[in-house]
Design a protein around this ligand. Structure first.
Ligand SMILES: [Zn+2]
Length: 266
């Protein structure tokens, strides 16, 4: 599946998905949205209906577009899921994430505010803890949608420190994944403690609902600068500050830890 950014909630999508589909089709025609498996161009394949369930138990149907890779030898189809959904889950992503966060913070399953069976919630939690492929797909989907090729290096546990050091020195974007308890946070902390403060300036962001605005605000706050109110202004402000740091021959390093596989809408 490919996860595409969608700026509204599912009810908006239900009403206005035709526009969304047109936009996707235009991106496919321009070769911006391509097959994540082989880089081939896509064409529309079919549409199907799926159910969304809210925390209240209220349900609705939405239409999903399925696309097909035109490359000989690939020809794989992919569903394009708006990012308010999680793949193969009928509940809205926010309901699943809230339940996960609640249980992950020591809450009981029967305290979750989702109108779902305990066994269903348990299944979500297991799913989120093994969400490696989903997260990678999502990132690739977003990057492909933006027509940008950014290498996504994935590794877990072994040699993590070395690879983190390379990523920082080369100013790469790097994703560290691994099962719960394999030492991702420990590795990240150790890595940060090894950074030469003369060369690197480290920012630490831990936010399970990270939005672009939150991101700019957190970076600026950590620089001791009051962020401007509007997202666009805060972004420019952050870029200016980061440029100053780079001009001073220091490399900004940002560590983001995420407890769920919610997509970072950049
Ligand atoms: Zn393909």
């Amino acid at each position: 599946m490919i996860i595409a950014r969608y700026p509204g909630q599912w009810k908006v999508y239900r009403k206005e998905c035709a526009t969304f589909f047109e936009r996707l089709k235009a991106r496919m025609d321009k070769g911006i949205l391509r097959c994540p498996l082989c880089g081939g161009v896509f064409d529309v394949h079919s549409y199907y209906e799926r159910t969304v369930i809210e925390a209240s138990g209220q349900t609705g149907k939405i239409t999903i577009m399925r696309v097909i890779c035109q490359e000989t030898g690939c020809g794989k189809t992919q569903a394009i899921l708006p990012d308010f959904l999680m793949p193969y889950k009928r509940y809205a992503a926010v309901v699943i994430e809230d339940s996960f966060n609640s249980v992950d913070n020591g809450g009981r399953i029967d305290e979750c505010e989702a109108a779902a069976e305990a066994s269903t919630i348990m299944r979500w939690i297991r799913y989120l803890r093994y969400s490696l492929l989903i997260a990678i797909n999502a990132l690739q989907g977003i990057l492909l949608e933006k027509g940008r090729k950014i290498g996504v290096k994935v590794f877990s546990g072994k040699n993590a420190l070395e690879r983190l050091a390379i990523a920082a020195a080369e100013r790469q974007f790097l994703v560290v994944t691994g099962d719960s308890g394999t030492g991702k946070t420990t590795a990240a902390r150790k890595f940060v403690s090894m950074l030469d403060p003369m060369r690197y300036l480290h920012f630490y962001i831990s936010d399970s609902n990270l939005s672009p605005r939150n991101f700019y605000f957190q970076i600026l706050n950590q620089l001791g600068i009051k962020p401007k109110f509007f997202t666009g202004d805060a972004k420019r402000q952050m870029m200016e500050e980061l440029a100053k740091i780079i001009d001073a021959r220091r490399i900004p390093v940002v560590t983001i830890t995420k407890r769920t596989c919610a997509i970072w809408k950049c």
